[in-house]
Design a protein around this ligand. Sequence first.
Ligand code: C2E
Ligand code: CA
Ligand code: CA
Ligand code: CA
Length: 278
Amino acid sequence: NAKESRNSWKRYEKKMNLKAKEKLLLENDLRIALELDQFYLAYQPLVDLEHEHLVGAEALLRWSHPERGEISPADFIPLCEENGFILPLGEWVLRQACMQMKMWQDQGFPPIVMSVNLSIRQFRQHDLSERIGNVLKETGLEPQWLELEITESIMADVAFATSMLEKLKKIGVRISIDDFGTGYSSLYYLKRFPIDKLKIDRSFVNDVLTDRNDAAIVSGISAMARNLNLKVTAEGVESAGQAAFLKEQKCQEAQGYYYSRPVPADRFEALFEAERNK
Ligand code: C2E
Ligand code: CA
Ligand code: CA
Ligand code: CA
């Protein structure tokens, strides 16, 4: 009846207001979080499947909030993309990750590639390549050790994406397509774009041992990448069985909890040490 539906509408409204209020609170906190040093990066290893060598690290943003504790990037990055805060925050991530990798190199750790996630909003900045060039110059990291992870969403504007990717390639950084298979990339542009790597989305890797369709997709992407001369990384590898399947498919690299969760810099150094003693 009418009264009931009015009540349920009120409940709905109350919930929405809370959500909006919550968003506002979070937005305020975000703005001061950078100044107060509440963000840090966690690093997850990328492993070469054939030799089980450490070949890379993906930098993943973490926020330790003084009252709420650790907030997952899935809970604040969409908001940052919406309100534009991802621009200064993303540049902080980039600088921090490059600085860290340069420091590890100076400490004599074996060279590996540092991957940094780039939001579509960052990618659309006309001066992105200059900004990245500046960060590399400031931190002293050579461009071949930096890999930018972008998603298939950049392909919505093919002309812009092509010219931006070419500018980035000119600097000498590497480009990978993140969450590959979940967006709508055209295979035609995959060949035309100057990209170096596909990262197969975790959702396909998850059930690779039990779902024949997922297995077919993963082996198909691996074969296609090989033929297009692209590297390929499987994301979200959680078991030895999955790793063995991927190795069989000649997938080059893997990343996932089976090897390590994303860890703070000091714990990543322990992984480097273990590598040395292999
Ligand atoms: P992503 O780029 O696809 O990063 C991989 C996510 O999968 C990470 O979640 C990682 O912790 C998680 N993961 C890795 N291995 C496994 C596994 O074996 N099993 C499972 N279940 N999960 C695994 P995280 O750190 O929570 O990040 C979530 C997303 O937030 C990222 O997904 C990325 O889209 C975004 N993100 C994180 N840091 C940044 C950043 O600095 N900039 C931007 N623009 N986005 C970021
Ligand atoms: Ca990523
Ligand atoms: Ca991913
Ligand atoms: Ca993602």
